[in-house]
Unconditional design. Structure first.
Length: 158
């Protein structure tokens, strides 16, 4: 093998490793376990959003999501549409994949993230011909703060 060919192959291998490190974490991470009402379409939309973004998602249809929220310690004022668990964290409501990905990479000392309510334009809550609302992604646990702000799928404040 020539030196030029060996260098080219090493370069390609390095690029493949970098791409795997950048995008492959979701496939290696534990799945996101989503508890939702069996008839909820927007919850299904959020699950599809996460899957399109490369996350592995397991869905559990439950008769009473509020019981799951209470067991996991989600404050009532942060309640959303569905409750998920991943890597020891709680993810409440329509949290965008971009915020979730950053959160999982940072691994903060927190119980989880929440998007309270069901803001129009958040992942799974898209409504044709209706402009998206601005909404907050809230970090909660021993502290509570705005983690990010979005308008539809676009992050507007970190």
């Amino acid at each position: 093998m020539t030196i030029a060919r060996r260098s080219a192959l090493q370069g390609l291998a390095a690029l493949a490793w970098i791409a795997g490190a950048r995008f492959g974490f979701a496939a290696e991470a534990s799945p996101i376990v989503v508890s939702k009402d069996p008839s909820c379409g927007c919850c299904t939309g959020w699950v599809e959003h996460l899957r399109k973004e490369g996350f592995s998602v397991e869905v559990r249809d439950v008769p009473d999501v509020n019981r799951v929220r209470a067991r996991l310690g989600v404050p009532a004022d942060l309640a959303g549409c569905h409750t998920a668990q991943v890597a020891g964290y709680v993810i409440e409501g329509h949290v965008p994949a971009a915020a979730l990905r950053r959160f999982l990479g940072e691994k903060p000392n927190a119980r989880g993230l929440a998007v309270p309510g069901m803001p129009v334009g958040s992942p799974g809550m898209e409504v044709p011909n209706v402009p998206p609302e601005e909404y907050e992604v809230v970090l909660f646990g021993s502290q509570r703060r705005v983690y990010a702000r979005f308008k539809g799928p676009v992050e507007i404040l970190r």
